[in-house]
Write a new protein. Sequence first.
Length: 301
Amino acid sequence: MVGGNPLAKIDYLNMHNKILSGKEFSTNILSDISIQVAKCKRPPCLAVILVGVNAASMVYVNNKKNACKKVGITSIASELPETTTETELLDIINNLNKDENVDGILVQLPLPEHLNSKLIIDNIAPLKDVDGFHRYNMGSLALNDPLICPCTPHGVMYMLDKLNLTYHGLNAVIIGMSNIVGRPMALELINRGTTVTMCNSKTRNLPGITARADLVVVGVGRPKMVKANWIKPGAIVIDIGMNRLDDGKLCGDVDFDEVLPVASHITPVPGGVGLMTIAMLMQNTLHCYKLNTADLAFERE
């Protein structure tokens, strides 16, 4: 790997050190947040709204509560029945928007089918939108002037930054075009000067396209879809997928065991990007606290 190769800065280490540990990175982030929270005039507060009974969503909400407790952030939860109407949900959001002691608001997705997710998200105050999904925050990211960034892509960028990449000249392929992951992930990389190709699970010659990439980011919800022959030797592979197999085990969208020997770095599932998402949510909650208060212990960002 010589000349202008954007991966030239990476040290190709042993197999263990190829794995980008979300646990290690997130532990460091949460430790730093704890120190900052201790300086706050009051604990930052995150309000989480869960509508209906969804096993996966309940696990995510509990993980967020535990992370809040770990760093000293106050967590309040509204667990609403499946039959909650849009008017009822919007009233709750409006009250949280007005509450000066609430810094961040998160509506757990997916919502029941009778609720308009875009409408609900757009009624969260942009400066309390800890998920970064409000059209104001997504638009700011698109204009390369981000205020609050979506948690998962921002967590991926944190991991990539630790590799000291040269983003200009880097060829990235993103598989998955969701508003939660794929689109903001592309914007994050474009803002750094990366050349980005967006794909989905039905893209023609998808293995051939990914095999030319220096960086592959996958989030489509298809267990072990990406195989070793999809990956250029020495490429970085970021797996955002989370799938439960028939035997109850979790796996990503990448066939980890196959791809590990080929990639220079790879994220595991579990233990990879998911932990970073939670850490970035805590970071965004602290950031919203700074934006919404006149706490002189912090400079406005």
